[in-house]
Structure formats: structure tokens, C-alpha cells
Ligand binder design. Structure first.
Ligand code: HEC
Length: 112
């Protein structure tokens, strides 16, 4: 009961902190898992990610399946993913099946 009253009283502050915390978490996740191959502005080992949501038709579910397991996604025959893979000399992304749904969602939100 005490905990509940406390949470209710601090609801607004917690929500704001929550939003900031998840933005930071997304940034940290990206730096830890993706940053060695991706930048937003420049191509590195993988393509620059600026505008990537648009290139994927703003389809977050598709992007999420791709990021979770790029090789499986490419093998499914999606024409955009196949063309991208060929353009990058068939160097594939590692799979990220170890990330939780929540972590994947955070990362996809973080992409622009
Ligand atoms: C070892 C290098 C490597 C790592 C680590 C990596 N990627 Fe990639 N990524 C690539 C390569 C290479 C491609 C392009 C070839 C392909 O599609 O397989 C790519 C393609 C992509 C694309 C599609 C880009 C476009 O222009 O449509 C997205 C989105 C993406 N990566 C997101 C991520 C995210 C998010 C992470 C971290 C969870 C990540 N990548 C980690 C190498 C990497």
C-alpha cells in the first residue's frame, strides 16, 4: 500500500524520468550493439542509418524482424533487404536474437 501511494504521488515525475531513461537506454544499447558498424550520417561497416525508417516504408514491425535476425529476414526474400545485402557485398548483420522485445522496440524507436 505504501508503495502504491508513493508511486501515485510521484506519477508525473516518474513518467518524465522514464522517458529520459529509455532514451538513454536506447542510446547505450545502440552504442553497445550497433555503433561499431553504424553511424547515422556516414557509411561504416554497415550503411548510414539516417532516413532508414522511410526506406523501410515506416514499417517498424518489418525493421524489427530485420534487426532481430537479418540473415533470416534476407532469406525470406524481401526484395529491399536482398538488394541491400547485395549492395553491401553480401556482408550480413549479426543476429540479435538475444535482445528482448523491449530492447528491440527501443532500438527501432531510436532509428530515424
Ligand atoms: C558487424 C556489423 C554490424 C552490426 C554490429 C550491426 N549492423 Fe546493421 N547492418 C550491417 C550491414 C553490413 C548492413 C547491410 C547489409 C545487410 O543488410 O545485411 C546492415 C543493415 C542495417 C539496416 C538496414 C539499413 C538500410 O539502409 O536499410 C538497419 C536498420 C540496421 N542495419 C540496424 C542495425 C541495428 C539496430 C544494429 C544493432 C542492434 C545493427 N544494425 C548492428 C552491419 C552491422
Amino acid at each position: 500500500m505504501l508503495g502504491l501511494a508513493f508511486a501515485a504521488a510521484c506519477g508525473t515525475a516518474n513518467e518524465q524520468q522514464g522517458a529520459t531513461a529509455s532514451a538513454t537506454r536506447a542510446e547505450d544499447l545502440f552504442a553497445a550493439k550497433c555503433g561499431m558498424c553504424h553511424d547515422f550520417k556516414e557509411d561504416k561497416i554497415g550503411p548510414a542509418l539516417a532516413g532508414v525508417q522511410q526506406r523501410w516504408g515506416n514499417d517498424k514491425a518489418k525493421l524489427k524482424s530485420f534487426v532481430r535476425n537479418a540473415q533470416e529476414y534476407i532469406a525470406s526474400g524481401d526484395p529491399y533487404a536482398v538488394a541491400l545485402y547485395q549492395k553491401w557485398n553480401e556482408s550480413a548483420m549479426p543476429s540479435f536474437t538475444g535482445l528482448s522485445e523491449e530492447e528491440l522496440d527501443l532500438l527501432i524507436e531510436y532509428l530515424q
